[in-house]
Design a protein. Structure first.
Length: 392
């Protein structure tokens, strides 16, 4: 009868040993595979927006008509900004968040989301590559993305024409000097945490390297958006006379409000998404269709071929064809007439000549009498850097 002092001590010791053993087992578990499901690494958060809304589809004839109207809007615009969400990467095997089979939708239903690939294995979609082509010929001036999958950067879209408002799974940044490293695999942490690596930027006059701590760029729910990316995105939206949103439910602020900056200044707004969005009533053109299908139709009407992806590459800066350079330049010539550029990609030097395009002509603002001259090639030169391997 009853607990004796000796029995109590034994019970406490047994309980402690049991808990400590469980703790040791927890330490031995591998970390979550963030290359598959980055959302699993986010902190708990209740207000994730409306999930699982029904998807709508325009009839084929109406979809074709709207794609033609979109092409006319793009041709006549002087400053196009494209806003991209998770919907442009679903064809790459990365699920969205609030679609019928989205990550948050499945979570609400007590189900596990399905992943067809990893971030490292995912290939840029037709839409990613179309945006690369449109930027190169000056039709798209800037892209604002909420995606963290890194597919814009890995597709070759220039980083100085891109704001990644929620971060990039492949990028880590020095907390001391601000240098960013684009890696060939995910950096391994989330929530702006230290990755365990140090900055190797050399200081002036032969002094030792910076040695600042590197951290990931992925935002958690309560983190503030990166000031530089947000400022550049806001500036681009205020300049824009046409905002196109692709594959975004437009539920996350402040990203979702940026397209309105264009609308408030007299510009036009196009929304392409299968589910309804809160900005639908402000749109000048609303398209319900798969993003890749709509973009493929757009490119066809513009007479521009979607380039093929040749593997991951990083383009830091790139200049589009300047409007004042009045040349008669077939799109195919643009992609094939550039001088060969040595590109370091995943520690391998390769020669790239550029992707092939169609024989169609550029839009009216870029048309004039004349011919393409070799000395004009420097207009298209871009600064490329290698994908840095993650050093463990």
């Amino acid at each position: 009868g009853g607990l004796r002092p000796g029995n109590v001590s034994a019970a406490v010791l047994l309980c402690f040993c049991s808990r400590f053993s469980a703790f040791l087992r927890l330490l031995a578990l591998p970390p979550p595979d963030m290359s598959v499901n980055y959302a699993a690494g986010l902190s708990e958060y209740e207000h994730k927006g409306k999930c699982g809304l029904p998807e709508n589809f325009d009839p084929p004839e109406e979809l074709e008509r709207k794609a033609l109207e979109l092409a006319d809007l793009v041709r006549n615009a002087s400053y196009v900004v494209v806003h991209t969400g998770a919907g442009i990467s679903t064809s790459s095997g990365i699920p969205d968040f609030r679609g019928p089979r989205g990550v948050w939708t499945m979570e609400e239903q007590g189900l596990e989301p399905k992943f067809d690939t990893t971030f490292e294995e995912a290939r840029p979609s037709k839409t990613h590559m179309a945006l690369v082509a449109l930027q190169k010929i000056g039709l798209v001036k800037y892209v604002v993305s909420q995606n963290v999958d890194g597919l814009h950067v890995r597709s070759g879209f220039p980083r100085d024409k891109l704001s990644e408002l929620h971060g990039n799974m492949f990028v880590e940044e020095c907390t001391k000097c601000g240098k960013q490293y684009v890696r060939d695999s995910v950096v391994g942490t989330m929530g702006l945490k230290a990755t365990g690596r140090l900055c190797d930027v050399k200081k002036a006059r032969g002094l030792r390297a910076c040695r600042g701590k590197l951290r990931d760029t992925i935002l958690d729910w309560e983190d503030s958006l990166p000031e530089r990316d947000l400022s550049l995105a806001d500036e681009a939206c205020r300049k824009s006379d046409l905002a196109i949103t692709l594959g975004s439910s437009l539920q996350i602020k402040p990203s979702s409000n940026l397209p309105l900056n264009t609308k408030k200044r007299g510009g036009k707004l196009v929304i392409v998404n299968l589910q309804a969005t809160k900005l639908d009533r402000h749109s000048d053109l609303r398209i319900f269709g798969y993003i890749d299908e709509v973009v493929a139709k757009l490119m066809k009407h513009l007479g521009i071929e979607i380039p093929k992806w040749e593997g991951p590459q990083v383009v830091e800066t790139a200049e589009a064809i300047k409007p004042e350079v009045e040349i008669l330049l077939p799109v195919k010539a643009y992609f094939t007439s550039k001088p060969k550029t040595k590109v370091k990609r995943q520690s391998r030097d390769i020669e790239e000549e550029g992707a092939s395009g169609s024989d169609s002509l550029l839009p009216a603002p870029l048309k004039a009498n004349g011919s393409f001259k070799q000395e004009d090639c420097n207009t298209f030169e871009s600064k490329r850097v290698k994908l840095e391997p993650v050093m463990v």
